[in-house]
Design a binder for this molecule. Structure first.
Ligand code: ZN
Length: 338
């Protein structure tokens, strides 16, 4: 962990007034702002350092601690994670160091065991992060958000446009995410850098989506921080079972009832497809359970758009009642050895 000389970072001397520090900060912040240097990692790091230096040196209390503790300030703080439990830190040495640090700052007593247990506080309370704006942070891309969406098979077949109302955060328009306005806590977001927002989104779900498909809606995730880009929204497709079709990738499977005479003699069957109904030819001597392939009557492929097949299983429908004439005919069939 390198010791960061905040004075050097801002290019001011140790006696610099708060005004000098702010002037230096503004000049450097403009130069290294991530918006001005998109994708430039070293500028990003520099911008972070500048913000960090500015946050510490413009706060009289923090500046005093920094001046007093010098290089160890950074090292000791680094061993402590904000929000973590004080008694489960990584190494004893770190814990002890931190304990020293705690004593130095507050004149607190170290416990006999040498642990900091019992001091239940957040590092934010020392450095005021909980209550002051996030000014010591580098531009960060917002996190992605997932939202489930139910799509019927028919909709997955044709593609569908959906309107969503999403609750999101947006970058504060007053302070542009810095949490500060004229070096004061931003009045609009109270230093948070973002404000809640309800948003209507119209999203086109493309034809061919499958169960679990993720439809990406760029820039509609959580907002970025300190000028970072927003994350993406992913709609995670769920397709409830369809009463008529079973889907396997881009193929569809269905069943149709056909009179036994049609199976034996051949003929036609009326078949439901996602496009409507079509007439399918049934070859003579078809066995019960025969599967017919209707090429190109399946689902469109999400990428290529070319359609899979529809496989139709023929189920023989047998008469449940027979009149005298029909009974006689079946008897004749039986006698003929059919
Ligand atoms: Zn604001």
């Amino acid at each position: 962990m390198d010791y960061k000389d905040y004075y050097k970072i801002l290019g001011v001397n140790k006696k610099a007034s708060e005004k000098d520090i702010k002037t230096a900060y503004r000049k450097l912040a403009r130069k290294y702002h991530p918006d001005v240097n998109p994708g430039d990692k070293s500028a990003e790091t520099k911008f972070k350092e500048i913000n960090e230096a500015h946050a510490v040196l413009t706060d009289p209390e923090k500046r005093r601690k920094y001046d007093t503790l010098g290089p160890d300030w950074e090292k000791r703080v680094a061993g402590y994670r904000p929000g973590g439990s004080t008694s489960t830190q990584t190494g004893t040495a770190t814990t002890a160091d931190f304990s020293d640090f705690f004593e130095t700052l507050f004149g607190g007593q170290r416990t006999a065991s040498g642990q900091t247990g019992g001091f239940d506080f957040d590092i934010g309370s020392i450095f005021g992060r909980g209550k002051t704006p996030r000014r010591a942070e580098v531009a960060q891309t917002g996190t992605d958000v997932e939202q489930p969406v139910d799509v019927s098979l028919q909709e997955a077949f044709r593609g569908v446009e959906r309107t969503f109302t999403i609750q999101t955060m947006q970058q504060c328009p007053t302070c542009h995410g810095t949490g500060l306005q004229n070096d004061q806590l931003c009045p609009t977001c109270h230093g948070q850098g973002s404000i809640p927002k309800t948003k209507r989104l119209e999203v086109k779900i493309p034809a061919g989506v499958r169960e679990g498909s993720r439809v990406r809606v760029p820039g509609e995730g959580n907002p970025g921080q300190s000028g970072g880009k927003a994350g993406n929204l992913y709609l995670v497709v769920h397709i409830p079972n369809d009463p008529n079709f079973r889907r396997e990738a881009d193929d569809l499977h269905s069943e149709v009832s056909v009179p036994v005479t049609t199976l034996v003699l051949g003929g036609e069957a009326d078949v439901r497809t996602l496009d409507g109904r079509i007439t399918m030819r049934v070859p003579p001597s078809s066995q019960n359970g025969r599967v017919m392939r209707l090429a190109g009557q399946g689902m469109p492929n999400l990428k290529t758009g070319s359609r899979g097949n529809l496989y139709v299983k023929l189920n023989a429908s047998l008469p449940t009642t027979l009149d005298d004439k029909q009974r006689e005919l079946f008897q004749q069939l039986a006698q003929a050895g059919v």
